[in-house]
Write a protein that binds this ligand. Structure first.
Ligand code: CMP
Length: 138
């Protein structure tokens, strides 16, 4: 069925000037952009967004990274969006990411991995609503 996923082009991808190239790949893979903006997460935003990782050793590093500069937040629509987008971005660790995936091409490390993709339909809805109001979704 047609459904939606949520993505962020993370601060490292924005800093390196990869917004255009990554959006090109997203379009070429058949995703429709439902919502999109350049925004910056506050510390409190990142702690809330990544609350599931709160007990992990990398949590402070993750919050510092995700708040250090602007991100592109977007909601994407397609058949099987959540799963197909995770295929397009590749494994969390770019060293394990398949050839041709966004992380293989643009991610520096497991921490600074260029792009986020929701892991379920429920999380896609929660994460999309975290960043966008109803009138920002088209
Ligand atoms: P993502 O899977 O989108 O969401 C959780 C993020 O935590 C992950 O991307 C990485 O940015 C970060 N992360 C996951 N594992 C590690 C790790 N071992 N060290 C540092 N950061 C990590």
């Amino acid at each position: 069925a047609t459904n939606r996923t949520f993505t962020m082009l993370k601060p490292d991808a924005v800093e390196k000037g990869h917004i255009g190239a990554i959006l090109q790949m997203i379009n070429a893979a058949g995703f429709r952009i439902v919502a999109m903006k350049l925004t910056q997460m506050t510390t409190s935003d990142a702690e809330t967004f990544y609350a599931i990782h709160k007990e992990r050793r990398f949590f402070p590093e993750l919050v510092t990274y995700m708040t250090r500069g602007p991100i592109v937040a977007a909601i994407l629509e397609k058949e099987n969006a959540v799963e197909d987008f995770r295929t397009l971005i590749g494994a969390t660790n770019p060293a394990d990411a398949a050839e041709g995936t966004i992380r293989k091409l643009y991610a520096a490390s497991i921490g600074e991995n260029a792009v986020h993709g929701s892991d379920s339909d429920d999380n896609a809805a929660i994460e999309g609503a975290f960043h966008f109001s109803g009138r920002e979704m088209f």
